[in-house]
Design a protein around this ligand. Structure first.
Ligand code: GLU
Length: 483
């Protein structure tokens, strides 16, 4: 059997992390079976149409390396791959179901349905479409259609019995038909199919063998099986995926800015780290390995190891993983990616970004934190002179008061302002003064950074600041110390 999986997003303008993970698993499964991964855009809900939304889907999948074998932009043997362009395909199938008694035309208006619903609910019942139009004769149907009354086509759902199926992740599922099914609309008044209908028709016509989607579709799957059976088609293998959650009780949410792929990219996470981490949200390789390239995931992914409890998306863990990826990045690529973040803090200061990048690469967990980490280079923070005190470095305010004035002429005398020259000049004097390194370098670094912990030491920071700013900050410190 040729494995064919699909990712079937609705173009909402955003890619939910759960969606990215669904696409990833569907891709991995197809690739490890030398099968095809298909992209299908489910845009039959025209009310929800968002301009540019398909591009968001393409861009996200491409960035993640999830290249599709067939899809809207590249075509394929069973296209089109955008449901709105398939509009005319669905009606004949619905009519076939009408003929076989599995579906029927419905002419009820929204108002009529609302009235009947209200009556049922007032009497304490739960509304379900009441098969009002099921018994119209073909002649009555034809007459109403001719009269121009808007119509839909509904599924004639069974009202008793049960439907069972087996899901790869959730095991054997059984639903009572009376509860899980209703006479859902298959073709809407605007002629478009509903998702409920189109997914079945398209998965069949596109030869999809394995359907991966969110677990929210578990309970509607009996309806789809009813349709597959009515057509006499094979039912695909179902692999429903647990929801990606922030923690045991909270979903990722748009409002909290943690639900979409773009939220993470904007914060400066690396796509590779995100994809790697997402693979592990709801699946594990069975050992303690955590780092995988996409190619490695294709090798080790196993649908039987997908968990059925919710996948917890732990941002702290992702940050850690991201920092590991950043540390291993090609330095040129790091510099290119870090530059806009350096600019945010240092634009126009003429700082040596290449040197800064060398210092920052191992200290970057997510790129968006860079500006706050280097803000001290742009502007000396206000600080308490108590931080001059460090027992281990043999420094305190008295030492700083002695040392800082001595450093001024030394730094003024450095020929060309390079890190090496600064180092050599200061180290030479430390020897000449007979002082401990720490007792000079600690106050120097505190004075020019205004903070206890910094990326880089006194020489690096002095170099990055430039001579003038370094001297200004030393004098500022002397003033603070009352020298
Ligand atoms: N368009 C559906 C969604 O975005 C797809 C569900 C499915 O994969 O069948 O949720």
């Amino acid at each position: 059997m040729q494995v064919r999986t699909r990712f079937a997003p609705s173009p909402t303008g955003f890619m939910h992390l759960g969606g990215v993970r669904t696409a990833l698993y569907a891709y991995l499964y197809a690739k490890q079976h030398n099968g095809q991964f298909i992209l299908r855009i489910e845009d039959t809900d025209q009310v929800r149409y968002v301009e540019g939304a398909t591009e968001v889907i393409y861009d996200t999948l491409r960035a993640c390396g999830l290249n599709w074998d067939e899809g809207p932009d590249i075509g394929g043997p069973v296209g089109p791959y955008i449901q709105s362009e398939r509009k005319d395909i669905y009606l004949p199938y619905a009519e076939q179901l009408v003929k076989s008694g599995h579906a029927y035309y419905c002419f009820c208006s929204k108002d009529e349905i609302d009235d009947r619903r209200a009556a049922v609910e007032e009497a304490g019942g739960t509304w379900k479409y009441d098969k009002h139009c099921l018994h119209l004769t073909p002649e009555e149907v034809a007459a109403k259609k001719t009269a121009g009354i808007p119509w839909t086509i509904r599924m004639n759902a069974p009202t008793e019995g049960e439907t069972s199926y087996s899901d790869v992740v959730f095991g054997d599922m059984t639903f009572q038909n009376a509860e899980s099914m209703d006479d859902m609309v298959l073709i809407k008044q605007d002629g478009m199919p509903t998702y409920n209908f189109a997914n079945v028709i398209d998965d069949h016509l596109m030869g999809i063998t394995h359907v991966m989607r969110g677990m929210e579709y578990l309970s509607s799957t009996p309806r789809y099986n009813y349709l597959y059976t009515a057509f006499g088609w094979d039912i695909p293998v179902y692999i429903h995926l647990p929801t990606v959650m922030r923690d045991a009780t909270h979903k990722l949410s748009k409002r909290d800015g943690d639900a979409y792929y773009s939220d993470y990219i904007e914060k400066g996470f690396l796509t590779e780290a995100l994809v790697n981490y997402l693979a592990l949200v709801g699946w594990n390789p069975g050992d303690d390995r955590e780092f995988f390239t996409l190619e490695e995931l294709v090798e080790v992914f196993d649908i039987h190891r997908i968990n059925h409890s919710p996948g917890i998306f732990d941002v702290a863990k992702l940050e850690w993983m991201n920092s590991q990826y950043v540390a291993k990045m090609d330095p040129e690529k790091y510099l290119a990616m870090a530059t806009p973040w350096f600019d945010q803090a240092l634009e126009g200061k003429g700082t040596d970004y290449r040197r800064l990048a060398e210092l920052m690469q191992s200290r970057t967990d997510i790129f968006s934190r860079i500006p706050e980490k280097i803000a001290f280079l742009a502007k000396l923070p206000d600080y308490d002179t108590a931080i001059f005190c460090n027992k281990k470095q043999k420094s305190d305010e008295t030492v700083a008061k002695e040392v800082l004035p001595l450093l001024i002429p030394v730094l003024e005398g450095v020929s060309e302002w390079t890190e090496q020259n600064i180092h050599d000049a200061v180290m030479e004097q430390i020897q000449a003064w007979g002082r401990k390194n720490g007792s000079v370098l600690w106050p120097m670094r505190i004075a020019i950074s205004g903070q206890e912990s910094t990326p880089g030491g006194a020489f690096e920071i002095a170099y990055l600041l430039g001579r003038e700013e370094t001297l200004r900050r030393l004098r500022d410190a002397m003033q603070r110390l009352g020298v």
